[in-house]
Design a protein around this ligand. Structure first.
Ligand SMILES: Nc1ncnc2c1ncn2[C@@H]1O[C@H](COP(=O)(O)OP(=O)(O)O)[C@@H](O)[C@H]1O
Ligand SMILES: O=C(O)C1=C[C@@H](OP(=O)(O)O)[C@@H](O)[C@H](O)C1
Ligand SMILES: [Mg+2]
Length: 185
């Protein structure tokens, strides 16, 4: 199982879906699993029950998904690294890629996106810089590999990841144990 982590807007959902397609494996976004389970949007759940309740559900969902035996590409929510249990489950059970992007670049991408509760009602650039300060070390501690997305497009990031995997730059596990240079096609 492969996992993408990073700040909100770093591209986890978009890049994860495309990479899963390229690698011919199932794709799961833990935020989407949560929305199905909660029966409402994450923004609505945050507003009604608060962040702590959201993190409890997130922890449960991450534990369940990472226990699945089949190869999957998992995109997470940006705050998944805040809980020690999540950091441990992701790092020990999956190969984790940190999509590292500058807060300023992300703020530009998300200018017209009102769906992220943590970025609502304030200058997204300022908020993203705060989140980066709080979380960067946690992302690094959880990840096996860091992918700097800088000013690359979505397609370029997907190609970079796929190419580096093919070149054997990642020590990727085979779906059923043993090492392999490239993910299944
Ligand atoms: N590397 C990138 N370059 C340009 N736009 C991007 C990039 N990564 C993501 N985006 C755009 O930013 C928005 C947020 O991406 P998303 O995949 O939802 O991020 P996340 O799941 O990490 O919050 C989407 O509109 C997506 O198309
Ligand atoms: O950074 C965070 O704490 C969050 C990021 C969101 O996911 P994305 O990173 O996909 O936007 C979502 O899980 C929730 O709004 C909380
Ligand atoms: Mg997402």
């Amino acid at each position: 199982m492969y996992t993408l982590i990073g700040l909100p807007g770093s591209g986890k959902t978009t890049i994860g879906r495309q990479l899963a397609q390229l690698w011919g494996m199932g794709f799961v976004d833990s935020d989407q699993v949560m929305e199905q389970r909660l029966g409402c949007t994450i923004a609505a759940y945050f507003a009604e029950h608060g962040e702590a309740a959201f993190r409890d559900v997130e922890q449960q969902v991450i534990d369940e998904i990472t226990a699945a035996p089949q190869p999957l590409l998992l995109s997470t929510g940006g705050g998944v690294v805040l809980r020690e249990a999540n950091r441990q489950h992701l790092h020990e059970r999956t190969t984790v890629f940190y999509l590292q992007a500058a807060p300023e670049d992300i703020a530009r991408r998300l200018r017209n996106d009102g769906t992220r509760p943590l970025l609502k009602g304030q200058d997204p650039g300022v908020r993203l810089r705060e989140l980066m300060q709080q979380r960067h070390a946690l992302y690094l501690a959880t990840a096996h590999y860091t992918i700097k997305t800088a000013r690359l497009s979505v397609t370029q990031v997907v190609r970079k990841l796929a190419m580096q995997a093919e070149l054997g730059e990642y020590d990727l596990p085979a779906p059923h144990g043993g090492a392999m240079a490239t993910p299944p096609r």
